[in-house]
Design a protein around this ligand. Structure first.
Ligand SMILES: Cc1ncc(COP(=O)(O)O)c(C=O)c1O
Length: 422
């Protein structure tokens, strides 16, 4: 059964429990309309509780022989298992924790750069990606890498047919996003991984923007490395990396001599923020809770089935948000950057309003209690492709599954009145 079919079935059998969902997120009680989720999402109460519990009861270093320290070891091990469940990783030890996505991309890219054979030195990057997944690879030019750009078409999508001719026995790795954090357009990651593997190359996925919106499945996708920021996926600030065990084993990474040359330890430099890792585990529990509400009657209630049900329900509900937001923007005669096909996107939409500077739009919306973002979205090449200046860029509204259709309606009314005053 396809993801879309599951979402439709889920929507038919149990409508998306939006009010119950919102009640999980204490920050949503404030009178503020939050449409800047691509920059970081709010957290459920259970995540807050997990962080607080950790700080109150286990705020010590791991690896000691006393109970509080042993509790930290358990929290980390459980969090690896929960994140492995979220990603459908074969082994929790393939999950490494750290500060953020960018530092993990840098760690892996440096390791790849240090072991780059001259006859296989090409790295493919895209002009759709966040610069965290471009600049980090461009920096390998100093280490002998040759960079090849896979360019977005004018329909705002990356087409795998355009990637294939760029690949050869010289390709070391393809780095690309699963969905654009600026335009909201999805990328066919399974086909990208298959194309990369067909020439003996590896595939690195930036999953930062995708994870809060749809189901991740590293085994079905066939990718080799994947990076996420927990703070975009309902956890506090932290990041995690997944990599195939044998790939991570063979990479040369920095570690002190006493750190085992084994994943995940060889990927985790120093101490990370344990309380936020506890929060990430609770964020996965939250998704399991939501999935439990959305499971089809009689369906298996195993933990992965709950994650699948949650993400299918989220994806289906978010398509309705996308459709409403697109309609609202069309009603304002906004220039919309990105596909208008809701099946091919998430509700992250960049746009411009004729005659208004993006910063003026977001400032005026902020004055009305609406949080959206303007600027280059950390994607300089994408701004170039869209014909937008780096110092002004576009306006971006980014929604997740706790946003409501009536919020889109309110956003639309405020934007329309702003334009009418011009
Ligand atoms: C798609 C994407 N990739 C990478 C990053 C960088 O993530 P981090 O802040 O965790 O380094 C972001 C942050 O906005 C992002 O949206």
């Amino acid at each position: 059964m396809g993801q879309e079919q599951i979402a439709n079935d889920a929507e038919r059998s149990s409508p998306f429990p939006i009010e119950e969902v919102r009640a999980q997120f204490p920050a949503l009680a404030e009178p503020f309309l939050y449409f800047d989720n691509a920059a970081g999402a709010q957290i459920p109460q259970r995540v807050l509780d997990a962080v607080t519990h950790h700080l109150l009861h286990s705020n010590v270093q791991r690896g000691g022989r006393y109970p509080k320290s042993e509790a930290v070891d358990r929290v980390i091990a459980e969090a690896r298992a929960k994140v492995a469940l979220l990603l459908n990783a074969a082994d929790p030890e393939e999950v490494a924790f750290g500060m953020n996505a960018t530092s993990f991309i840098r760690t892996i890219s440096l390791a790849i750069g240090q072991s780059l054979p001259p006859q296989r030195n090409e790295i493919v990057v895209t002009d759709l990606d966040h610069d965290a997944n471009v600049a980090t690879w461009l920096a390998l030019r100093d280490m002998g890498a040759r960079i090849v750009f896979w360019r977005m078409r004018d329909d705002y999508r990356l087409h795998v047919e355009d990637l294939v001719p760029l690949l050869s026995e010289r390709t070391r790795l393809v780095a690309c996003t699963a969905v654009s954090h600026a335009l909201g357009t999805l990328v066919d990651i399974t086909s990208v991984a298959a194309a990369a593997h067909a020439v003996g190359a590896e595939m690195f996925v930036d999953c930062v923007h995708y994870t809060p919106h749809a189901l991740v499945d590293v085994q079905a996708w066939g990718c080799d490395y994947l990076v996420c920021s927990g703070y975009k996926a309902f956890s506090p600030h932290m990041g995690f990396l997944w990599g195939r065990r044998e790939k991570l084993r063979s990479l040369p990474t920095f570690r002190e001599d006493f750190i085992p040359d084994e994943p995940p330890y060889k990927i985790e430099a120093g101490t990370f923020i344990y309380e936020n890792v506890a929060g990430m585990a609770a964020a996965v529990d939250y998704l399991g809770w939501l999935g439990g509400k959305l499971l089809l009657p009689g369906a298996s209630a195993n933990p992965r089935a709950k994650i699948e049900a949650a993400m299918a329900g989220i994806a289906g509900y978010e398509r309705r948000l996308s459709a409403a937001l697109l309609e609202a923007l069309r009603g304002c005669d906004a220039v919309i950057y990105g596909t208008q096909e809701v099946e091919e996107r998430v509700p992250t939409i960049s746009f411009n309003v004729n005659g208004m500077a993006p910063a003026d739009v977001t400032a005026a919306m902020a004055a009305k209690g609406i949080g959206i973002r303007d600027g280059h979205m950390y994607a300089p090449r994408l701004m170039g492709r869209l014909g937008l200046a780096m110092d002004s860029g576009a306006v971006r509204a980014s929604l997740v599954h706790y946003n409501r259709l009536d919020e889109v309606e309110h956003f639309s009314e405020v934007l329309r009145s702003l334009i009418a005053r011009q």
